[in-house]
Design a protein around this ligand. Structure first.
Ligand SMILES: Cc1cc2nc3c(=O)[nH]c(=O)nc-3n(C[C@H](O)[C@H](O)[C@H](O)COP(=O)(O)OP(=O)(O)OC[C@H]3O[C@@H](n4cnc5c(N)ncnc54)[C@H](O)[C@@H]3O)c2cc1C
Length: 436
């Protein structure tokens, strides 16, 4: 039976039946590879390893998809970094920027190929993604962006004027034009992560729930991962905790990533006349041009999903304030739906790194430990491919130099790590001011 809405947090949980509950680790065991985290990254790594005949144990503090992989907006799109293409080119050079963009396209393709091969529909829709200019001056910049993407990366997003948006069924007082990126699609993220876990288990991976890893200690030629009710000894370890990673498992992670919040509201199903009244009938997934962006789409069952970035703290009052802010933004951007009820609201952690780029590679001074983290709020595609990449590194099929430079440098520690949330708050105030 699907769970009742009032007993769960997210619409995705309500939309599935969770058939498998993985046991907690109840003993001391050995595996060739241990993976911390059962989201897209950890499960993709586990699937790849199990298919290669390697024994693998996946440990999650809660359960499959409990982290961001079961809570996200379902935009399978470009991602992994907060850096714009111009900055990627400046930092890494044009060739490396091209490699990184190719990796992101391959990542989207990876998810599509998996779902097709497994026969899982996961409620897919949306042919690409549309970025909506929230001010006329952002629309004016679209032609330069499209030209740059065409010149350097070989694809040209289509520019839509306000009138063209209206014809496409995309209207709102804050949308001054669109840039249609021809990559990506939308999905039900929980259906995808559950299918991924099924595949990993079927291939032979051992998945454990309710098994927080509290320490990673050197033992012999390998590592012992300690959990309250057991431990795993493994030659190799993959860190896939992303925005939920513990700072001390292993200690190398301390001060190197920054979890921040993203929140989603989902309305009740809209009627056809309500959609027409707002002028939004498109099934395209959309995001606006704000730095603290909103992301939104009409779901296949005609509910509207509306996501807001920007929360930092997770206290009850901070979450309540975030819910009020999300709802106010939704009503301002979609005034015809101001009376449409929110049926679901939830939040989750995304993971930022100091350089605003992800890291997939060997952890310095921890022989045999590989990290794959920091997708900067867009990880469905990137985490999926990067889990495989982490497994390939562990298997010795590829070397770190085979990866795009933008994702091959270990995380730097944040300055004054204890204060990093506080200074991010200051940055968010500034972004909020700049986004007006
Ligand atoms: C609200 C929201 C909306 C989002 N929308 C989108 C979107 O539309 N498109 C997109 O591409 N991305 C989106 N993202 C980001 C995307 O969901 C993530 O980048 C992606 O799911 C990361 O997958 P992961 O496997 O790396 O980490 P997660 O799915 O977060 O999994 C990490 C797991 O590790 C476990 N863990 C951590 N530490 C330990 C430990 N010490 N011991 C045991 N287990 C541990 C946690 O319990 C967790 O289950 C969104 C995120 C959020 C929160």
């Amino acid at each position: 039976m699907p769970l009742a809405p009032d007993t769960i947090g997210s619409y995705w949980e309500a939309s599935v039946e969770i058939a498998a509950v993985d046991p907690a680790l109840g003993t001391d065991l050995s595996a060739e590879v241990a993976v911390i985290g059962a989201g897209y990254t950890g499960l993709s790594a586990a699937l790849r390893l199990a298919e290669a005949g390697v024994s693998v144990a996946v440990l999650d503090a809660k359960s499959v998809g409990w982290g961001a992989s079961g809570r996200n907006g379902g935009f399978c799109c470009f991602g992994g970094t907060k850096l714009p293409e111009t900055e990627l080119i400046r930092r890494f050079g044009l060739d490396e920027a091209k490699r990184f963009v190719r990796y992101q396209i391959e990542a989207i393709e990876t998810v599509k190929t998996r779902l097709d091969a497994w026969g899982v529909d996961a409620d897919r829709h949306s042919d690409g993604e549309i970025i909506l200019a929230h001010r006329p001056r952002d629309f004016a910049e679209f032609s330069e962006t499209a030209e740059l993407l065409d010149r350097h990366f070989g694809y040209r997003p289509k520019i839509l004027s306000r009138d063209a948006l209206k014809t496409a069924g995309i209207q709102g007082p804050e949308f001054f034009g669109g840039l249609h990126v021809p990559f990506g699609f939308a999905l039900n993220p929980m259906k995808y992560v559950l299918a991924l876990a099924d595949q990993a288990r079927a291939a032979g991976a051992n998945v454990f729930g309710d098994s927080p890893v509290t320490a990673v200690a050197r033992e012999g030629a390998g590592w012992r991962l300690k959990s309250p009710s057991g431990s795993v000894h493994a030659q190799k370890v993959i860190l896939a905790g992303n925005g939920y990673a513990s700072e001390d498992a292993p200690r190398w992670l301390a001060g190197r990533t920054l979890p921040v919040m993203s929140s989603i509201l989902v309305t009740r199903p809209l009627t056809e006349s309500e959609c027409a009244g707002q002028g939004w009938t498109s099934d395209l997934m959309a995001a606006d041009t704000r730095t603290l962006l909103h992301y939104f789409r009409l779901l296949p069952d005609r509910r509207f999903l509306f996501g807001t970035r920007g929360g930092i703290f997770e206290t009850k009052s901070a979450l309540a304030a975030m819910k009020r802010r999300s709802r106010a933004d939704f009503e301002r951007m979609f005034p015809a739906w101001a009376d449409v009820e929110t049926e679901y609201f939830w939040s989750g952690h995304v993971c930022l790194a100091r350089r605003l780029t992800p890291f997939v590679g060997p952890v310095p001074e921890m022989d045999g430990v590989v990290a794959a983290m920091a997708w900067h709020g867009s990880g469905i595609a990137m985490a999926s491919l990067s889990g495989e990449t982490a497994a390939d590194l562990v298997l010795g099929r590829i070397a770190p130099a085979d990866l795009p430079a933008a994702m091959a440098t270990p995380f730097a520690r944040f300055p004054l790590p204890a204060l990093r949330r506080a200074y991010l708050q200051a940055a968010y105030w500034w972004f909020g001011f700049k986004d007006r």
